[in-house]
Design a protein around this ligand. Structure first.
Ligand SMILES: CC(C)(COP(=O)(O)OP(=O)(O)OC[C@H]1O[C@@H](n2cnc3c(N)ncnc32)[C@H](O)[C@@H]1OP(=O)(O)O)[C@@H](O)C(=O)NCCC(=O)NCCS
Length: 183
């Protein structure tokens, strides 16, 4: 799948491969390396290339989409879905994550990636898709709205970063036949 905006680079979306893992990890680390402030002695487990490869393999096994956005042959972003909850009743609902390389923000990469992930999740037979977004993350909220998500929940003070409580919004959209028929 390829998308073009005037004056923006051509973005191609495709399923991720193991070869994409170092580039995806670099993007992930760009957003997490600044930490969240004092964790009171808690040391987060480092996340490395092998962890990400194992996660990809596991998602593939469960037919959960994991896609990358490519610009000029370089990975400019990635997005994937996991099960919303592990209990069997929730098997038709996914939650997702999306990350765009800091050098490519505002270039339409998110607008190419998220619809492709939505499409892939619908094709895989999932019926509902959920994203949790920091309430201050205007770019992500707008992107999700533009891709058919609507706010279904507001979760006050669920994160603590740099000395402040932060709220999240929960945004959801249906996929395929949604809840119009049973399974
Ligand atoms: C959220 C994110 C994925 C958006 O990706 P992006 O490639 O920069 O977004 P796009 O250029 O495709 O723009 C998508 C929409 O977001 C909005 N947007 C983009 N940047 C914005 C900004 N800085 N402020 C406000 N809105 C913005 C625009 O309304 C745009 O809609 P349009 O297509 O009508 O113009 C990206 O900012 C990101 O990876 N952020 C860090 C990780 C993150 O927050 N992930 C989401 C967690 S839920």
């Amino acid at each position: 799948m390829t998308s073009e905006r005037p004056e923006s680079p051509t973005v191609t979306i495709r399923p991720s491969t193991d070869e994409d893992v170092p580039a995806m990890l670099a993007i992930y680390r760009a957003y997490t390396s600044h930490g969240v402030g004092d964790l009171g002695g808690y040391v987060p487990t480092p996340f490395d290339i092998e962890d990400l490869k194992a996660r990809r393999k596991n998602l593939k096994k469960h037919k959960l989409p994991h896609v990358v956005a490519v610009i000029d042959g370089m990975v400019a972003g990635y997005a994937y879905a996991v099960l919303f909850r592990k209990r069997p009743a929730y098997r038709f609902t996914v939650k997702h994550s999306i990350y765009v390389h800091p050098a490519h923000l505002g270039n339409g990469v998110g607008r190419a990636l998220l619809p492709a992930l939505v499409e892939a999740c619908g094709q895989a037979g999932f019926r509902q898709m959920i994203g949790y977004i920091d309430s201050a993350n205007e770019a992500s909220r707008r992107l999700h709205e533009a891709c058919g998500f609507r706010q279904v929940g507001y979760l006050p003070s669920v994160a603590y970063r740099f000395g402040a409580w932060c709220d999240s919004v929960m945004m959801q959209r249906s996929l395929g036949l949604g809840d119009s028929v049973g399974v």
